[in-house]
Design a protein around this ligand. Structure first.
Ligand code: TXE
Length: 508
């Protein structure tokens, strides 16, 4: 095997790098060509139990949670600096492991740098004690609301944005003094291994961060059912999310989940055509559609529908797929053979349901693009003649697949009804030159993020999360910090007196 992309061992428990207790490992593959990138350790249930025990002891017995907030925030800033210093190396690891372009990996690193800097500021606000005064509070009482870390937090992350999804959780969790156990996707664990080394290099106490590389099914239930874990934050698929919520129920632990979406992109007829085509293809085909907020459902006003769809098909055919390490590639492969098979199956179902595949729908032809033959590539696909009852319209394919639905000219309500007709509710777009209409429709959409006249941007300062089956809780923004905070009220009597509720005891 070629040189490992990250060094082994890959479990980080009790401040030490370790192999799995049964020495088992698994291979991590490059989705561009199926080659082996690394052999990582596969944590056993016993390894997971030990990580939990170490985390719990460290949370309860160390001074980490009581350190001045400015000290922890300084570590966040140091880590943000390190992200920039090691951007090239980290981006390469992310690209090799996920298949996304190097440019995308670098954008992800820049984004999370701002997330760490944001929480380094935001956490300071929470450190202030809130003194409550009011008519019902005697002068002799000090009534104080204080904020504390929740405790041991398990962070379970997916394969489409390994660095980004982890850092959205990690920054607020560490800022307020929690201890974390990280469980990256078994498909793309490499950047998380590298980030763990960086956390230690930045000066975070080694025992504040534990890392378990493993299959979800092997150690997931140990982590989510444990009485010593106080919070689980999960980003991933709906099925796994549901089972995690259930397994957190017995211990009534905090559990926030982000479970993807089937996001509408509503285009009105007043848009300039070339601009709308560009918007639509960017919304769906970026990162080959493996984006939870991808604009996978085009909902378009009748009078421009045919022209817009023709333009989208033409531009979809021009997208340059290739090795993410090659700067000329515009998008990479799907993440794994398993995921490719799932996407292929969805196209088959769409055909069976009577939809019309206008372009793509298959892997690239190896005779025409031999360089893509070994990778998990799938052509940008546009599926027309769709309706809301079809599974291709309702289910998250998480691939480069755009479905097209039309609404009658001028029927704003009809467009809104279509856009809201999904069990998910993560994100959506509204494209129109009429700014008043853009905001009016945005307010009516039951989705957690809406873009008008653009698609896909986010900021560390604004909350991210879903309505409906897209999840609960929020990441980013001030609410993203609240998820990791316990709130305590201390009612403190400075002039103790008999409470006088019960009348006995007069002889004492
Ligand atoms: O995700 P899983 P999968 C969607 C997308 C995709 C589908 C399935 O539609 O096709 O999910 O992807 C860990 N206890 N999204 O199967 O299983 C697992 O090891 C605890 C949307 O790859 O949800 C990994 O770390 N953890 C999404 C993480 O859960 C468990 C991004 C996610 O894996 C576990 C990715 C268990 N029982 C896929 N089983 C988004 N919201 O952006 C698995 N895991």
């Amino acid at each position: 095997m070629a040189k490992q992309v990250v060094a082994t061992p890959t479990l980080f428990i009790d401040g030490k790098w370790e192999h799995a207790s049964d020495s088992k490992t698994s291979q991590v593959l490059n989705p561009y060509d199926g080659s082996v990138l690394a052999e990582v350790d596969e944590a056993t249930p016993d390894d997971a139990r030990r990580a939990i025990a170490v985390a719990k002891t460290f949370f309860c017995e160390s001074d980490w949670r009581d350190r001045p907030i400015v000290d922890r925030c300084a570590l966040l800033v140091r880590f943000a600096d390190l992200l920039q210093e090691r951007k090239e190396e980290l981006a390469e690891i992310e690209t090799l492991d996920t298949g996304k372009t190097l440019n995308e990996s670098k954008i992800d690193i820049d984004d999370v740098t701002t997330v760490f800097r944001f929480y380094a500021q935001e956490a300071r606000k929470l450190a202030l004690e809130k003194h409550i005064k009011g008519d019902a509070i005697p002068d002799s009482v000090q009534s104080i609301v204080v904020h504390e870390p929740v405790g041991v937090c398990v962070l379970i992350t997916p394969w489409n944005y390994p660095i980004l999804q982890l850092c959205w959780k990690l920054a607020p969790a560490l800022a307020v003094g929690n201890v974390v156990i990280m469980k990256p996707s078994e498909v793309t664990p490499l950047s998380t291994v590298y980030l763990t080394r960086m956390l230690v290099d930045a000066g975070f106490p080694p025992n504040a961060v534990q890392l378990l590389t493993a299959k979800g099914a092997t150690i997931g239930p140990i982590l989510t059912e444990s009485e010593d874990v106080d919070l689980v934050s999960f980003t991933g698929g709906l099925g796994t999310g549901r089972s995690i919520i259930k397994s957190c129920a017995d211990t009534v632990k905090r559990c926030t989940v982000e479970l993807g979406g089937k996001n509408p992109n509503v285009v009105f007829a007043d848009c300039d055509l070339a601009w709308a085509v560009d918007n639509v293809i960017t919304a769906i085909f970026t990162h080959s559609g493996q984006v939870c907020s991808a604009g996978a459902r085009l909902i378009v006003e009748d009078s421009i529908a045919d022209q817009l769809v023709a333009g989208v098909v033409e531009r979809a055919g021009q997208i340059v797929m290739g090795n993410g390490m090659d700067p000329t590639s515009e998008t990479g492969p799907l993440v794994s053979a398993q995921h490719l098979a799932k996407v292929e199956e969805y196209v088959k179902i769409a055909r069976d349901e009577g939809a019309s595949i206008l372009c793509g729908g298959t892997r690239p032809d190896p005779a025409k693009q031999p360089d893509l033959a070994k990778g998990y590539f799938f052509l940008p696909t546009v599926i027309d003649r769709c309706n809301r009852t079809m599974s291709i319209v309702q289910e998250e394919t998480f691939g480069p697949i755009l479905t097209v639905e039309r609404f009658k000219d001028g029927d704003e309500k009809g467009a809104i009804a279509l856009a809201n007709d999904t069990k998910y509710g993560l994100a959506g777009g509204v494209q129109t030159k009429d700014q008043a209409r853009a905001l009016r429709v945005a307010r009516q959409l039951r989705h957690g993020t809406i873009w008008t006249n653009t698609y896909g941007a986010y900021t560390a300062q604004a909350e991210w999360g879903g309505f409906g089956l897209s999840g609960n809780g929020r990441e980013l923004g001030s609410k993203g910090l609240d998820e990791y905070v316990e709130t305590k009220h201390i009612w403190s009597e400075t002039k103790p007196a008999l409470m006088g509720w019960f009348k006995g005891g007069a002889h004492m």
